[in-house]
Design a protein around this ligand. Sequence first.
Ligand SMILES: [Zn+2]
Length: 233
Amino acid sequence: MGEYPASGLGQALGDLANRSLQHGLDIASNPLNLYATAFAHAVLTMPLVQDIEFETPTVKVDRHTFQMVLSAIVKGNIRVILMDATDPDRQVGAAVYVSGDNLLKLSSVDLRRDRSKSSIIHESVHASHDILKRSDLSVWSTEQAAYIAEAVLARLMPAYAEAQRVPQFLQDPESAAYNALFRPAWNLAVKIVDQGIKKIPGNDVDLLNLFSAIQQAKPYQSTWADKILADGI
Ligand SMILES: [Zn+2]
């Protein structure tokens, strides 16, 4: 569970506030960033998150993935901030990880919203690749793992354990591209959680469908084949 168990949240936040005061980080000057940090901490210490475990041909994701991100956040090596209303990254998604700045940007901090939680899981997969300096990975490869991790978290939630279809919060009635990403990711999550298939073979039809969906989705159209920026934190 990283350096702090969930019950130690107050202690962790106190330490963060003190450290940020010492180092001039903006957590202290903007209390909203302290909330954002607390929210990320709360999500990453959720018991369900510790059960996320799978492997693609290039990437392994398990509780250590999320522990290393939590630890980096607690140490102040990754900063968590709340995007303001004018931030163009709000259009990109519920959360964004900026590798060059070691910055996790959230668009909302609402523990009642499943999408807020799953987006932190998605971005934490990217953050872990930055920590691990996985500059050998392509954009599509880190995205594949990030979408699957989100869907696995959803499948592990009691509300969706028996769901026959992709949960509502992973659907967008106005975006076929969005749905094309989460449909195969959800199918993979069902295989991983229900059938215990932890290692997804490269020729898995859903993994291939997820790959094509990433290739075709607007944010990745020109970058999907590029190597990722993973310069460490
Ligand atoms: Zn992503």
